[in-house]
Design a protein around this ligand. Structure first.
Ligand code: 5GP
Length: 212
């Protein structure tokens, strides 16, 4: 199978859906195949988050300079903060043949899809709305008002899920990681992603049949 060109994968999901944990585990298990894009954000770091690992934490001024320099593939505002995908890393990794994962919200997903129509869109959700609320409260890192606005945002995002390619239900973590990996691997076999190889086979067969 032709693995020369990486697939751009967009993973969205409600805040609290566990998509960050799934991606972390996916990358631990398949380091060679996947690259995770690190976003820039103006949100403050949560306890334990490290600059350059979870995010590039920036001031609003720094973020706006990146927009002006056209250094972002996309950006969006989410619950009062800016979030954006630095362009350079994504392009480098895709051309080196790795699949690149962008863990971004839904507005950013549409912007990337417009520029890269063959991006693969996955949406992660807990099994139910009740479970989502429980996980957000259980995380314990945000105030009640923030949890309420994240639930409000989840309600808005739920209206856009139909535009995604695959729904990933995060009930059992290991199963979910395996499921995401299988979806991506199957995507590599899609006919429209293998046209060069098909044409080479067609040309080879033509030689046999026509004796050229
Ligand atoms: P959190 O503050 O919980 O880390 O992230 C809030 C939301 O912003 C999540 O839905 C996350 O996927 C999204 N997000 C993170 N990075 C980016 C980015 O670069 N662009 C966009 N559009 N959304 C992002």
């Amino acid at each position: 199978m032709d693995r020369k060109k990486g697939i751009l994968i967009i993973v969205s999901g409600f805040s609290g859906s566990g998509k960050g944990t799934i991606m972390k585990r996916l990358l631990e298990e398949h380091q060679e195949e996947y690259a995770l894009s690190i976003s820039a954000t103006t949100r403050a770091p949560r306890p334990g988050e490290v600059h350059g690992r979870e995010y590039f934490f920036q001031t609003e001024e720094e973020f706006k300079a990146m927009i002006a320099d056209q250094a972002l593939l996309e950006y969006a505002q989410y619950v009062g903060n800016y979030y954006g995908t630095p362009k350079g890393y994504v392009q480098e990794q895709l051309s080196s043949g790795r699949d690149v994962i962008l863990e971004i919200e839904i507005q950013g997903a549409w912007k990337v899809k417009e520029q890269c129509p063959d991006a693969l869109l996955l949406f992660v959700t807990p099994p139910s709305a009740e479970e989502l609320k429980k996980r957000l409260i259980g995380r314990g890192s945000e105030e009640e008002a923030v949890i309420a606005s994240r639930l409000g945002r989840a309600w808005q995002e739920a209206q856009g899920v139909e535009g995604y390619d695959y729904l990933v239900i995060n009930d059992d973590l290991e199963e979910c990681v395996q499921n995401v990996h299988s979806i991506i691997q199957n995507e590599h076999a899609r006919v429209s992603r293998n046209l060069e190889q098909i044409q080479a086979i067609q040309a080879g067969l033509r030689c046999f049949v026509k004796g050229e």
